[in-house]
Each structure stands twice: as structure tokens, then as C-alpha cells.
Design a binder for this molecule. Structure first.
Ligand code: AP5
Ligand code: MG
Length: 248
């Protein structure tokens, strides 16, 4: 579902042709605050490398939409800017990691975001020896607070294909309609200024230690997310090539 719909007009020329098939991306963690562009970049990397995006936020929202037990538990927590229980999220990720499409790698978007989740992931990958037999590499995307607020409040998404738009930087061709699906775009209920400020507090308190953890392990790089989408993608790709070439 990737496509130019996820890109703003000045980036629409970016090639999303598959990357060199011999490159094995392995497990990739996209880390960063709300609105840094994890989802946008994950969708592009899916298209480049043919590996799945595993977004815990998307999985939780799908549960909310289906009215499942998980969804009922998650709905109020998400709309308050807090984090859903580690045990629940870990179980969801464990199930997803064991699906066969992860064999060449996967992009974890928005997970892990507590130290408990990070420990669970590290332990799970070590114990289960799931393919591919490569260590995780972590990319931390950085964007300043005020720009994040603008991105979050300007974001619109397609409820059908999940394409990500922004009324300021990546507007759809037709007002408020998805370029691909023609569905009416929606705003996430947690994309208000008030909830954003709570999400940022949660990020500083609970997710910053996760970033510190992966920085300490060494297979870690930071990327400036305050550049055009295609420049961020290029920075992430060169980071992945560098980290994998180093074989650390
Ligand atoms: P989640 O859905 O993961 O939200 P988040 O981490 O707050 O991140 P976002 O999805 O808001 O931002 P993004 O980085 O993906 O940015 P995007 O690419 O969309 O989690 C939501 C909630 O679920 C959490 O608060 C929590 O309650 C719960 N949850 C999820 N995972 C959990 C976990 N592991 N444990 C516990 N609870 C969990 O881009 C944002 C906007 O910016 C878009 O409009 C886009 O078009 C625009 N944009 C992107 N890149 C650029 C660029 N380079 N230049 C200009 N604009 C850009
Ligand atoms: Mg996201």
C-alpha cells in the first residue's frame, strides 16, 4: 500500500524500487518520539526490502476497530497518552514475530518502548532463534518538539489502506480523500495537542531508557528526521547498510 500517497509533492519522485535482493535487512527497530516519522519510513522500507512493518500502535488500533478484548483494554489508555500493558503488547509481538513473512527481517515500529519490553524482545530473540539469525539494529529518529506537535496535529490517515498524510506537508490530491482509496481521511483520536503532550511525557519517562539501552549495545545510529521524507529514508538506508556491513 506504500506509494506516492505517503510522500509529499517534493518527494514523490523518490524511487521505491526494491533494493538489492542480496541485502538481508534483519530485525530493524525504528525508535523515536510520537510523530518523528516511524510509520512513514517503515512503509517506505517495506516497499524497498519486502519485509513487514510490525507497528504495535497499528495492531492495537486494529483491535480497537474490531472491538476485541485487547481493543477494549487499549482504547482508553491510548486516548490518555499512556502505554498499554507490557504483557499484552509483548504477547502480541511474540505472535507476530513467528509468522513466516519475518524470515528476511522486519521493521519494529513503536516497539519496544519500555525497558521491560526491550528485555523481553532481546530474550525472545535469543531463546527462540527465529530467522534471520542477525542481531537487531536500532535507528533513533530525532525531530524537535514544536515540529512534532505540528506533524501530529496535521496528520490524517486513510482508515482503509493506512496511508499517512499531513495537511501541511503531504496533503492528499483531493481535499480530505485518500489518493489511493478515495476514502475520507480521518484524524487519530490521540492526535490532539493535549494528548500529544502526555505522549511526550510518557516517551521521556519510559522510552528514553530504551534508546539508552540500544545505544549501549552498539548496533545503533541516530538520524535527523527533520528533513524531507526521502532524505530521511536515504539516511536510514545508509545507516542500515553500515550497521550490517560492520557485522556487529
Ligand atoms: P503509535 O501508533 O506507535 O504512536 P507514536 O509512537 O506516538 O508515533 P506516531 O504513530 O504518532 O508517529 P510516527 O513516528 O509513526 O510518525 P508518522 O510517520 O505517522 O502508538 C500509539 C499509542 O499506542 C501509544 O501512545 C500507546 O498508548 C500505544 N502503544 C503503541 N505501541 C505500544 C507499545 N509498544 N507499548 C505500549 N503501548 C503502545 O508521521 C507523523 C506525521 O508527520 C504524518 O502526518 C507524516 O505525514 C508527517 N511526516 C513524516 N515524516 C515527515 C518528514 N520527514 N517531514 C515532514 N512531515 C513528515
Ligand atoms: Mg506511527
Amino acid at each position: 500500500m506504500l506509494g506516492n500517497a505517503t510522500l509529499n509533492s517534493d518527494t514523490a519522485s523518490h524511487s521505491t524500487a526494491p533494493a538489492d535482493a542480496s541485502f538481508l535487512p534483519g530485525p530493524v527497530l525504528l525508535l523515536g518520539a510520537p510523530g518523528v516519522g516511524k510509520g512513514t519510513q517503515a512503509q517506505l522500507l517495506v516497499s524497498r526490502y519486502g519485509i513487514p512493518q510490525i507497528s504495535t500502535g497499528d495492531l492495537l488500533r486494529a483491535n480497537i476497530a474490531r472491538g476485541t478484548e485487547i481493543g477494549l483494554k487499549a482504547k482508553e489508555i491510548i486516548s490518555s497518552g499512556r502505554l498499554v500493558d507490557d504483557a499484552l503488547v509483548n504477547a502480541m509481538v511474540l505472535t507476530r514475530l513467528q509468522e513466516p513473512d519475518t524470515a528476511r527481517g522486519y521493521i519494529l515500529d513503536g516497539y519496544p518502548r519500555t525497558l521491560d519490553q526491550a528485555m523481553f524482545l532481546d530474550r525472545t530473540l535469543a531463546e527462540l532463534s527465529l530467522p534471520p539469525a542477525l542481531p537487531v539494529v536500532a535507528v533513533n529518529i530525532i525531530v524537535a518538539y514544536e515540529e512534532l506537535l505540528r506533524r501530529i496535529t496535521g496528520r490524517r490517515i486513510c482508515p482503509s489502506c493506512k496511508s499517512i498524510y499531513n495537511i501541511y506537508t503531504n496533503a492528499p490530491r483531493l481535499d480530505a480523500l485518500c489518493d489511493l482509496e478515495s476514502a475520507a481521511l480521518i484524524q487519530r483520536p490521540d492526535d490532539t495537542e493535549e494528548v500529544f503532550r502526555e505522549r511526550m511525557k510518557t516517551f521521556e519517562q519510559q522510552t528514553a531508557p530504551v534508546i539508552h539501552h540500544y545505544r549501549g549495545l552498539g548496533r545503533f545510529e541516530e538520524v535527523n528526521g527533520d528533513q524531507p521524507v526521502e532524505a530521511v529514508l536515504a539516511a536510514i538506508e545508509s545507516t542500515l547498510l553500515k550497521l550490517r556491513a560492520a557485522g556487529r
